[in-house]
Design a protein around this ligand. Structure first.
Ligand code: C2E
Ligand code: CA
Ligand code: CA
Length: 682
């Protein structure tokens, strides 16, 4: 996964849902509270208004009584009657002294003394007093309080909304009424005027209030639904994006992100369960696609995903990681049962091929340390799978301690390679190539050795494959060409006879178009004639981009470099490449001269290859020659040059100088300095 993509994914993953939910709850509570406050304010102000109106009426009655206090009762009564409009809800009026004894009483209605005066008014004039038995109103700490539950009980909703719905004066009817006393002090404070009135709330008022309450409730509900729907949308969008992110576009199953995320969660979960990570791959998938077509290839991957998926238990995963690589996270009991399971999966896969051919290889890693990184385990399974040998029947390979050691070694090499170049720890060893007939030196091959400050001499097979994998081979090859040019330039300056020295050019170079110019630039900076530098290309390079290869080889030759094909006959030899490429030298792979069986056939092939190459005007070098018989045989076949232990092993520069020129000059080159005492003992 690329770093950027990884970052984006993590950012997306970090976007949590819960802040939206908390936000929703908080905003709904705030909005709800605002509505309740508004509603309370509305109810409060309505009640206040009513009280104020009642107060106004009582005030007028009290004033009328006080103005006429000395008048006879009948006069006051008639005046009160005259002001009937004012007294709409006035039930009774009386005058009390400071001891609360009734001095006078007016009006038609008898004052109902079931209502006891609870408290005397304050200085400001009015105070509404409720009967202490009243269920709705009460005076507490001289504050009027309303008991809401009782208020609604009295309201009788059923009759409000159903029974009385169609009566014409419905709105005007009282829904709730309470008799209360208002007490007003006379200006000289010698007596007080008490007015009993009915404090009533009409149904119309209550309906308006209820509509207002319902409206507020609906508003809060809408607010909640709106937020809830956006949270749900967010969850759905997240799930959908997750689904897409975790779906493999070829198989329709899970992909590497899913494996990494969910798999890691599974193995991190504490419990008795143990897991094995398996890499299952279709070996040579490219060949399968070439033979049966890309569609058939993709169909195979899809089927593979389906078959494996159908064989999984709970908390097991299959995901396509790359090309034809599948990662499996399987429960692990013991090696035997796991192997059996994988065999049965592979058998079923083979069965599903119906006549087609594909090879399935599984690498297994069962390291079960807690907190293990799943991708590390997968890489380890991959390392195991990488050791698959097509010549053996073993296609289920376990990650072993040796592989782990190799991996540790690879990491060490990668950590130290930059430093090694900077400190010139890579030394050039030269292996002479002998002219077959004269048996004297006719050239040499430059081979790298790592003279490690702690580990000593490290042979190339221990680091070249790693460099080829991580691309550092480009730096190393440049380094080698530079060092060889430096040596040749010195010898030239010292007036020594020069031989062509070949350097290995890894196939990784053939991705750029200007390789020939690049090498030319290095060699020219030392002023070495190009014919003394030979470039060895491995046969495998011929399977990469052919156009670039052909152009590069042609350009190398144009620039005057010798170009050779290394390891000819080691892999998939193609006589075609001899036809297409204008090569100068053909290096017969050492494998031709190894092994006991089929010697006659091998010799025949060597003979014929030499004849063919000669006809094409190429120089032949036989590699890995160790015996006198081989030398004699090659001499008979008119092979040009021999490179092998029989004549000389690769050696440090000073040794090479001694054996070739008969003297060893002290040199400034640190590569030589480190090599002065080391002789090859391969
Ligand atoms: P190669 O290019 O095929 O080099 C020949 C290998 O055969 C050398 O191994 C050499 O020491 C070995 N050899 C030569 N004669 C005999 C013999 O008679 N018997 C046996 N058993 N072996 C013989 P070496 O030096 O270990 O290099 C191994 C490979 O590493 C080379 O194979 C080459 O592919 C790679 N290599 C070495 N140096 C470089 C380099 O500077 N750049 C690149 N790209 N690859 C390099
Ligand atoms: Ca070589
Ligand atoms: Ca070779």
């Amino acid at each position: 996964m690329s770093g950027r993509r990884d970052k984006k994914l993590n950012k997306f993953r970090r976007q949590r849902i819960w802040p939206s939910i908390v936000g929703m709850v908080i905003s709904t509570i705030l909005f709800g509270t605002a509505c309740v406050i508004l509603f309370s304010l509305y109810v409060g102000s309505s009640l206040n208004n009513k009280l104020y109106n009642a107060h106004q009426t009582v005030d007028k009655v009290a004033k009328l009584v006080e103005d006429n206090i000395d008048e006879p009762l009948e006069v006051i009564n008639s005046k009160l009657n005259a002001a009937r409009g004012l007294l709409n809800r006035v039930e009774a009026v009386c005058v009390v002294d400071s001891e609360k004894n009734v001095l006078k009483q007016f009006g038609d209605g008898e004052p109902n003394f079931d209502y006891r005066l609870i408290s005397v008014t304050d200085e400001d004039g009015f105070e509404m007093l409720a009967d202490e038995n009243s269920e709705v109103f009460a005076i507490e700490d001289s504050e009027l309080t309303i008991n809401h539950t009782k208020l609604f009980k009295k309201g009788d909703f059923a009759s409000l909304f159903v029974k009385d719905m169609f009566t014409p004066e419905w709105g005007e009817q009282d829904w709730l009424s309470e008799k209360v006393w208002f007490v007003s002090h006379s200006s000289d404070k010698t007596y007080s005027i008490c007015v009993e009135t009915e404090f009533a709330i009409t149904r119309y008022e209550i309906l308006i209030t209820m509509i207002f309450a319902a409206f507020s409730g609906i508003l809060v509900l809408f607010f909640l639904i709106y937020h809830l729907s956006s949270v749900i949308k967010l969850i759905i969008a997240k799930r959908r994006v997750y689904g897409l992110l975790h779906t493999d576009l070829v198989t329709g199953g899970k992909n590497r992100y899913y494996f990494r995320r969910v798999g890691q969660r599974f193995i991190d979960r504490p419990g008795k369960r143990q897991y094995a990570v398996v890499l299952l791959r279709v070996e040579k998938y490219r060949n399968y696609c070439t033979v049966y077509g890309v569609d058939a290839g993709e169909e195979l991957l899809e089927r593979l995903n389906m078959i494996i998926g159908s064989k999984l238990a709970r908390r097991e995963i299959v995901a396509r990681m790359d090309k034809s690589d599948f990662a499996l996270l399987l429960n692990y009991d013991c090696d035997y049962s796991l192997t059996e399971r994988i065999i049965s999966i592979i058998n079923e896969l083979n069965y599903s091929l119906v006549g087609r051919k594909a090879v399935f290889v599984a690498g297994i890693c069962t390291r079960n340390e807690k907190k293990a990184d799943i991708m590390t385990l997968f890489n380890e399974a991959g390392l195991a799978a990488r050791t698959y040998d097509p010549n053996s029947n073993e296609n289920i390979i376990w990650f072993t301690d040796e592989m782990e050691a190799e991996q540790i070694w690879e990491r060490k090499v990668e950590d130290e390679m930059e430093r090694a170049v900077a400190n010139r720890e890579f030394a050039v060893y030269l292996q002479p190539k002998y002219k077959t007939k004269e048996e004297r030196i006719g050239g040499a091959e430059a081979l790298v050795r790592w003279i490690h400050p702690v580990d000593g001499l490290i042979p190339p097979y221990k680091f070249i494959p790693i460099f080829e994998r991580n691309g550092f081979i480009l730096t190393l090859d440049d380094y080698m060409i530079t060092e060889v040019s430096r040596i040749q330039a010195r010898w030239l300056q010292e007036g020594r006879e020069l031989f062509p020295i070949s350097v290995n050019v890894s196939r990784a170079h053939f991705t750029t178009d200007n390789l020939a110019e690049h090498i030319c630039q290095i060699v020219d900076s030392f002023g070495v004639p190009h014919e003394f530098i030979e470039l060895e290309l491995t046969e495998s390079a011929f399977f990469d981009d052919k156009d670039i290869l052909l152009r590069t080889v042609a350009r190398m030759k144009e620039l005057g470099f010798k170009v050779s094909m290394d390891d000819f006959g080691s892999g998939y030899s193609s006589l075609n490449s001899l036809k297409e490429l204008p090569l100068d030298v053909l290096k017969l792979d050492a494998e031709f001269f190894r092994g006991e069986g089929h010697l006659d056939k091998a010799n025949l092939i060597v003979g014929e290859t030499i004849t063919l190459a000669k006809k094409l005007g190429m120089t032949i070098v036989a590699e890995g020659i160790e015996t006198r018989e081989q030398v004699d045989f090659l001499a008979e076949l008119d092979c040009d040059l021999i490179q092998g232990y029989y004549f000389a092993k690769p050696m440090p520069i000073n040794e090479f100088e001694k054996s070739t020129y008969g003297s060893s000059e002290d040199s400034e080159s640190s590569a030589e300095d480190v090599n002065t005492n080391s002789s090859e003992s391969l």
